[in-house]
Design a binder for this molecule. Sequence first.
Ligand code: TMP
Length: 213
Amino acid sequence: MKGKSFPARFISFEGIDGCGKSTLMDGLSRWLDEAGIHSIRTREPGGTPMGESVRELLLDPAYKGMNQQAEVLLYTASRAQLVDEVIRPALEKGIWVLTDRYIDATLAYQGYGRGLDLAILRRLQDWATGGLWPDRTILLDCDLDTAMLRMRGRNSRPDRMELETRAFHQRVRDGYLALAAEEPDRILIMDASKSVEEVAEDLHAALRRASMF
Ligand code: TMP
């Protein structure tokens, strides 16, 4: 395998719904491929057969009244399975892992969005993942109007989380920014209101600055 000189990196992508994570991840996957770096891509909730079933439960608008603690535990159950079945084995083989959402999503959505205790959430995440935090987290940040416009452009029916109020999504955005302010070395903020090409350039420059290559 080429790219052996790089230790396997674990990178998560975060942001409010509609911020453009998928497109940026496509670009980074292609770029790593061209650089001869073996990587896999996964997502949360989901990424394993069990996790994908849990994802259906979590996003189904039929469960609008889901209990908040039950919600956290379901997201966390999907994550525990993903770490055990996919992420840790890949990293141990020297394969980079790119994940569409991880622990910070629980802190932003359930912590800042729902108002659940952040200290409890952090302890739960440490326990569920065996303390596996990402090397770097790419936070795609844009305002709610931009994100909502992009979501509408997708033309699919909104899921249970997307149906949440504007105030909820604003708290999530503010929460992500607060998390990034606490850990500026790990969480790198990208201005997602820029064009796809510009954001991709910013990402490459940020990863180089962070000595990821
Ligand atoms: P996705 O649409 O980006 O795949 O994410 C699914 C939704 O679930 C999205 O609205 C964010 C939300 N979410 C949480 O609320 N908590 C979590 O821990 C995760 C991973 C996602």
